[in-house]
Structure formats: C-alpha cells, structure tokens
Design a protein around this ligand. Structure first.
Ligand code: DHK
Length: 145
C-alpha cells in the first residue's frame, strides 16, 4: 500500500505551545507518533510533513501524485486563503481528508470557509488532535472499499 501523506500547514509546528485552550496540549511530534503507531493496525503507513510555507505544501501535494494513496491535510490558515493548495489537491488522484483541530465554525467568520473542503472527501473539525487519528481510520475504510 502506498503511504498516506499527513500534511500540516503554518503554525502547527507550535502545537502544545500555541493557544492550548484551542489547540490542546499535544505537540505535533506527539500526534505524528500516535499516527505512526496506529497506521500498521490499519494496514497503512504515514509520512508526516509540516511547513509554514504555502509553496512547500503545494510541492509536497504535487509529489504525492502517483506516490501516496491519500492525503490528510490540515492547511492551517491557508485553509481559508489558498486557491493554490486547492488547485494542487485537484491534481492529486487519491483520497483527500481535511482536518481542523478546532471547530472552525464556532470561531471567527473568516475561518468558516475552507477552499480545501470542496476537494476533500470528508472534513473533521473540533475533535482536537484526535481528529487526525479519526481521519486515518476513515482513510483506511475508504481505501479498502
Ligand atoms: C489551524 C489553524 O492554524 C487556523 O488558522 C485554522 C486550524 C484552524 C485548526 O483548527 O486546526 O483557522
């Protein structure tokens, strides 16, 4: 099975330190460790990457073509602004799932719209960092159908 790319956008490298009342206490390394432990149980493997730069995320999405079975992406603030990330995801032939740690619909109006959602098979928001694990489980379901 091809790997699942888990892509995280800007400021998600600061998980654990960043507004813990919104984003929780776990670090991104904690989340990646949990995903890496869960993946074999689901018959999957994960490759996790994080960048604060939009173009780097676009490059990784392009790299996923023909290589990854699916992408789990939390684009961070680029969710709300980036047509470039949407366009790159539209070039990708595999499954796309979108994760937001916080419930973006309960927050400021500018967070309510995500460009990525029109491409994503599913969106998880407001489940904390557990959302990544739920997304990986869903990815396994979708890929074994
Ligand atoms: C993460 C961010 O960095 C914000 O810019 C988004 C998202 C919400 C999250 O909940 O994971 O608005």
């Amino acid at each position: 099975m091809k790997p699942i790319f888990v892509l995280n956008g800007p400021n998600l490298n600061m998980l654990g330190q960043r507004q813990p009342e919104i984003y929780g206490q776990e670090t991104l390394a904690d989340v990646v460790a949990q995903l890496t432990a869960l993946a074999p149980e689901l018959g999957l493997s994960v490759e996790a990457m994080q960048s604060n730069h939009e173009g780097q995320l676009v490059d990784w999405i392009q790299d996923a073509r023909g290589v990854a079975a699916g992408i789990i992406i939390n684009p961070g603030a680029y969710s709300h602004t980036s047509v470039a990330i949407l366009d790159a995801l539209n070039l990708f032939e595999g499954v796309v799932l979108e994760v937001h740690i916080s419930n973006i619909h309960k927050r400021e109006a500018f967070r309510h719209h995500s460009f990525v959602s029109s491409r994503a098979e599913g969106v998880i928001a407001g489940f904390g960092t557990e959302g990544y694990l739920l997304a990986l489980r869903r990815m396994a379901t979708l890929l074994t159908r």
